[in-house]
Design a protein around this ligand. Structure first.
Ligand code: VGL
Ligand code: ZN
Length: 204
């Protein structure tokens, strides 16, 4: 079985001091750097929005960050402006070891649609090309960790299963936003989809 490790959105804006800081977000850097050394294939994802992205609350008069609206493709949580292309906030955390990454999937770069998952944009139809890449390279298993557990990590993990890969999520190398019970809900959703939740120490 060929495995890829996928580090999800380990970017400044999701770390303390960032525009959409996840509690303790930078605590994932050391465990992720350690995990990368265990795998032959390392892939990174990078949230990469144009200024004025439609997922930003600033684009919707009268709507606050962390509330939801309905977009043509379904429900969408509104966020503070974050991970804007070319900004410091969109860069990977300075201590993330990016050296061995063979592929960086950028997502959320179309103004009209968000993309939590590394596989599909939020319409659950538009592909990022990741499944094709993994299939072409004979990779059948993915191990994921990063930010945030209950959004981009969970959506990516569930879609990995949908696309026919087996998937483990490394919980001690991930941190959650936990908005209105989203961590518990998405943990259940991952388990129901067949994702295996593990800790770094479980992985040889
Ligand atoms: C993410 C909210 C908005 C994530 C990205 O990486 O989990 N969450 N954009
Ligand atoms: Zn985003």
């Amino acid at each position: 079985m060929t495995t890829a490790f996928i580090a999800i959105d380990v970017q400044n804006d999701f770390c303390p001091g960032g525009a959409l800081a996840v509690n303790d977000g930078d605590a994932v850097v050391d465990p992720i750097n350690a995990l990368m050394d265990k795998y032959d294939h390392v892939i990174l994802t990078q949230d990469w929005h144009p200024a004025g992205h439609s997922s930003f609350a600033s684009q919707h008069d009268g709507h606050d960050p962390l509330t939801a609206i309905t977009m043509p493709y379904g429900a969408q949580t509104l966020w503070p402006d974050h991970c804007i292309q070319g900004t410091k906030g969109a860069e990977f955390h300075a201590r993330l070891n990016v050296t061995r990454a063979e592929l960086i999937i950028r997502k959320g770069y179309r103004r009209a649609i968000d993309s939590y998952s590394a596989f599909f944009e939020n319409d659950h139809q538009t592909t990022t090309g990741l499944a094709g890449y993994l299939n072409d390279r004979g990779i059948s298993h993915v191990v994921m960790a990063g930010l945030a557990t209950d959004f981009c990590v969970a959506y990516s993990a569930i879609d990995a299963m949908t696309c026919g890969f087996s998937c483990q999520v490394v919980m001690d190398a991930s941190r959650a936003i936990d908005l209105g019970g989203s961590l518990a809900a998405m943990t259940d959703a991952m388990t129901s989809a067949g994702v295996t939740l593990v800790n770094s120490a479980d992985l040889t």
